[in-house]
Design a binder for this molecule. Sequence first.
Ligand code: SDX
Length: 431
Amino acid sequence: MADKKDSLSITDNRTGKSYELEVTDGTLRAMDLRQIKVDDNDFGLMSYDPAYKNTASTRSQITFIDGGQGVLRYRGYPIEQLAEQSSFLEVAYLLYNGELPSRSELAEFQHSITHHTMVHENIRELIDAFRYDAHPMGILTSTCGALSTFYPDAKNLDDANVRKLQMQRLIAKMPTIAAYAYRHRRGLPYVYPDNDLSYAGNFLNMLFKMTEVKYQPNPVIEKALDVLFILHADHEQNCSASAMRSVGSSHTDPFSASAAACAALYGPLHGGANEAVVRMLTEIGSKSNIKNYVDKAKKGEVRLMGFGHRVYKNYDPRAKVIKKLAYQVFDEVGKNPLIDLAVELEKIALEDEYFVSRKLYPNVDFYSGLIYQSMGLPMDIFPVLFAIGRTPGWLSQWEEMLTDREQKIARPRQVYFGHGKRDYVPLSERE
Ligand code: SDX
């Protein structure tokens, strides 16, 4: 038997011609299809893949997911170990730079993030201009874009240090913007950052400080929030990361690109699911209603929010960690009554052939909202918390795209099936 080659031999039955296409990392290069033509006028074959369900848009070294085994690793480190032993800022450094920081590198990074948490007073005034009941994700999406007008230097994408500075600015300012949006919603005065506190501790300070001279974060809540940010930090080519890469590929500044990523994350099928889960559980109301709701989901009348995943066909490893974390938080602040409903719903769904056959398991959003709710946060800020966690991932994917020599401006092709050429009909001659 001749040595097996990493290639496909293809015969085009339209012409009888044969082609040998190289297989690399389990993929065909789509551009290799273009040589397959019926005649010299033929553009050549393209691949057609709506929603890119089977298309690799990039080669990446950042995050590895094995959807079948429920494995998630950031730069090779298992998510379970990072959640247990690392910190969000250390993970942010790891994702962006590719290696765990030394003690001095981590200290320098933490210092830089801490000292970029303030936003220009015009940003505060911009947030003030929103309606009192503006959805915080609408505020975050708009304000990320507005940041680009404060840092014109961010357009100098050829300079790695300029890119790094914008990364630090955005990671640092996301919690400030999120907290301002929350305080605006509550009609409370904004709380400025406290540089003595940790990243998560300062976020809690800006959310919840009232008349006390110095806010003291609850260490259990502070740690839980830090772990939740770690678990949300990156997830390879998800919808919002793809938006960051695609918009960033036009060489716009990272603040404008992150506004696009925020907008993608806002959708209920993506980052908006954690809010939708709590609304779903509240609607279900009691265990006796679960079966009826599941039946509606099986008929396609509703979606079981927080269930299913494009990549995970097994239990989302993040959901496992979050479920355990939930009980730790409940021990501190009191149990969220919806947790029993969520656990029962999970049990019923995972024993139901509809979900089992489609490999629909709880994902990262199924339990996270219950923790946020028990922390006293309103439902519509849940996707904002997801965005804070995902910011280092967006920026790491953006950095990798900009430094990847194979990447160009993202511009997919299409299959046109509209009208052929036809002449304009003046209004006077139309029905
Ligand atoms: C996130 O990409 C990422 O990595 C995302 C994320 C990240 O970290 O960035 O992990 C975060 O977005 C998690 C997902 C949060 N969204 C939800 O929980 C919303 C509910 N889930 C679904 O809408 C859905 O599962 C998706 C959007 C997550 C995935 O959709 P797919 O891969 O396009 O799957 P599909 O819609 O083609 O569904 C396949 C089948 C369909 O049934 P049939 O057509 O075969 O009969 O499964 C069914 C769907 O109807 N199905 C569900 C379901 N999810 C899929 N049925 C009921 N409830 C669900 N949740």
